[in-house]
Design a protein around this ligand. Sequence first.
Ligand code: FE2
Length: 292
Amino acid sequence: MSTTRTIERVVPAVRTTEGGGFIVHRPFPTRLLMDFDPFLLLDEMGPVDYAPGEAVGAPDHPHRGFETVTYALEGQFGHKDSAGHSGTLHPGDVQWMTAGAGVVHSEMPDPSFLRSGGRVHGLQLWVNLPRRDKMIAPRYQEIPSSRIPVATSADGQVRVKVIAGEALGVKAVIETRTPILYQHFSLQPGATIQQPVPADYRVFAYSLSGKGFYGEGDARQEIDAQKMVIFQNDGDSVTLTAGAEPLEVLLLGGVPLKEPVVRYGPFVMNTEDEIRQAVVDYQAGRMGAITH
Ligand code: FE2
């Protein structure tokens, strides 16, 4: 018999600007709440409509010590990096970048998209790396939408895109360094799903659109879009239910690393010394440079 988790707290996303000036909704970290172990940051980019010539992005910048996961929902996301990779993410595509010891990358609109303008909507999640993996060689996993497993419930009311972990009998194709769950659920009005989650995972849900009900029975709470739900570690499943409208919700989870976290902009390490070293290495060009 599965026990559904109760809600520990609900965190509203804060609207802010990032990179070259693009608008994001950021549920975490917040000034008061930093600990989303094993995650470091979640940005919902847009949705925003750009006129021709207006689209912005994040020009050349480094990362060390964690992973950035970009999931495109609408529009195009161009990228280039110091290891010679470049490409464009289209709706539904995922890029799982393990920065490890360091990369320099740029996340900019493609020239054709910049010219035409259009709607941009996507997500970027930062997944922390355990101490043993912080200095590994960088790695890119680019998964087009067509290769991301999708499952539908028997009654056809719930669809899930499995970016990491396992849901409705399908397993993700992306490899993660520590156990991670990243799933995009689409529920028809009134539909409900009880999703198993390993007991040792911390689990979060972020609603992209629609009003949802999270939890079961008396502990059930109604949650609006752009809110982050933090579940208690008191069960082995979570229950999500759509209200009168369709519900789009991301389920995130992972085993906490329980290691010290020292952040300095694009670097996330375990000690102040390692941060100083990251700055020195970046300035000395040891994270490479992008050939433009
Ligand atoms: Fe970046």
